[in-house]
Design a protein around this ligand. Structure first.
Ligand code: HEC
Length: 203
């Protein structure tokens, strides 16, 4: 007997059913999500990030922050994310509709950053932390990202952009540490991470 057609049908059905399960059904469920009006504030959520934060997202992507940080908060009964203050609620597909690509992350060597803009909203804190993580976080194993800063000779007067640093990490006298455009954009991206609006599907 010729088993060719049966074999073909078997392979076809296997591929077709997994395509339906992994591509078609998720697309029908989530593919056309739109911002919704939040009752409490009357504002639409989510909103696209400001341009500088989008540039910062590219810096985040280029520097591999994603290898150590996730941006996905599990529901209360699935883990301790909310107890750790990594989110006020679980994250859902709608949170990410304006982010391309989505920075979900795969591993948590460092904390989840879904709502870092709410947890830590100081620009100076973020700049000091990126320049030398142990300044703000004692014992941190996060690598310093000093190449996002430049050391400059102080001119007639110190630059208002200079990062305030404790004595042991400060450059030699007469010099100051200035964040490059990449560092400034990256911090604006971090400050824009605050998925917390109460969405209907997270209540
Ligand atoms: C090798 C792993 C690693 C990489 C790569 C890394 N981090 Fe971290 N990060 C950590 C660890 C560990 C901590 C916790 C200690 C600390 O606060 O420094 C942390 C903490 C943080 C925090 C503070 C979180 C909080 O809850 O206080 C921020 C913000 C942050 N990282 C941003 C970044 C950004 C932006 C990048 C990319 C430029 C990056 N990290 C790359 C490991 C990493």
């Amino acid at each position: 007997m010729n088993y060719g057609p049966i074999l073909f049908l078997g392979i076809f059905l296997t591929v077709a059913s997994s395509w339906c399960g992994l591509v078609l059904i998720p697309h029908l469920q989530f593919g056309r999500q739109q911002p919704v009006k939040i009752e409490e504030t009357g504002e639409l959520y989510p909103q696209s990030r400001p341009g500088i934060a989008q540039q910062g997202m590219a810096v985040y992507q280029a520097n591999g922050c994603i290898y150590c940080h996730t941006q996905q908060v599990r529901a209360e009964h699935f883990g301790a994310d909310i107890a750790r203050n990594w989110g006020q609620r679980r994250t859902v597909a709608r949170d990410y509709i304006f982010d391309k690509p989505v920075m979900l992350g795969t591993m948590r060597t460092g904390p989840d950053l879904t709502n870092i803009g709410l947890r830590q909203n100081s620009v100076t804190w973020h700049l000091q932390h990126l320049y030398t993580p142990v300044i703000t976080s004692k014992g941190s194993i996060m690598p310093p990202f000093r190449f996002l800063f430049e050391q400059r000779k102080i001119g007639a007067k110190p630059s208002p952009d200079a990062v305030p640093l404790p004595k042991e990490y400060a450059p030699e006298p007469g010099y100051e540490i200035i964040p490059k455009a990449e560092a400034k954009a990256l911090v604006q991206y971090l400050l824009s991470l605050k998925a917390s609006a109460p969405l209907p599907e997270t209540r």
